[in-house]
Write a protein that binds this ligand. Sequence first.
Ligand code: 5AD
Ligand code: SF4
Length: 348
Amino acid sequence: MKSLVDRLATLHTLDAEGYRALLECDSDTESHLKERARDIATERFGHGIYVRGLIEISNYCRNNCLYCGLRRDNRNITRYQLSDDEIIDCCAKGYAMGLRTFVLQSGEDNTLSDSRITNLIGRIADIAPKAAITLSLGERSKDSYIALFNAGASRYLLRHEAANRQLYASLHPEEMSWSNRIDCAKSLIAIGYQTGMGMMIGAPGQTTDHLIDDLLLLQQIRPQMVGIGPFIPQADTPLGNHTAGAIGLTLRIIAIVRLMLPDALIPATTALATLDADARNQAILSGANVVMPNLSPTCVRDKYAIYDNKAATATESAEGIASLQQQLNSIGYHINYSRGDFQQYDRL
Ligand code: 5AD
Ligand code: SF4
């Protein structure tokens, strides 16, 4: 079993049965897996952890994903959209703190037109010279992705959510299309974005076979970033009565993905930190190399309620950057304030 870990660490690919064995491995193999993942990450990135300032610009969403608190049928949240000036203020604040990547994230809000985002990108570039701009605005047309890229956005996060069509269909309303989502991710990569994909762990109905499909898809597409977090129920959604995904399995999958994609940017997600304050450190010790503190104005933070009890203060927040640094120091790591662009170290 340990040789399987070593094979993945050397060749960066496995077949479905190899991934199954790792997803179901014993605790000895799991320790070896995390150790190799951690070593591969420190060989490339040292003990520096990249920081990305996250700005949740709007919680309006035209979609109705069954798991997400921002879904359009949820009448139980107060919707908001930040003004351009508010967004610029957040970036300026983050820039002064040393952050050099800003992630503009929102639900699929129809009013966020290309011209508005393009204009915002220009304004951010003016006040935050040389900072990287990452967008996470959901599915848009290829022309829109091109326009935003040409305006200066260099990274885009669009989790694939589920590589398995049946699982995807069970988590989304009929009008949402699995193939469109995958096509969007492929377009983003083709356009030249550093592209983030990813999935929730422990989503209702998800089996080991589904996770193997996720791993094989990531292995095939090889995105530059992968966001992996546990499913967390949100009470006002159709899946609100299901149990949260397991932290242990999430960490194991982070380690597998690190060995598969040694150069990838892998965040220790807020969802993990929400379930357990120590889980972010454990994710780093399993190969994660990014954290995304929240830069949104404090008054809107509880409104971006994708799931219940979302962590948005202390070490998850930009104000908490000193405590984040301390927490990283406690495991021998530190914040790396550089832009942290994707770099390919090896020819794979
Ligand atoms: N639990 C965990 N993650 C969730 N997301 C949406 N709803 C939930 C939930 N209930 C994730 C999705 C989406 C990202 C913005 O948040 O993967 O892509
Ligand atoms: Fe909207 Fe994204 Fe939530 Fe789906 S996951 S409802 S697209 S914000």
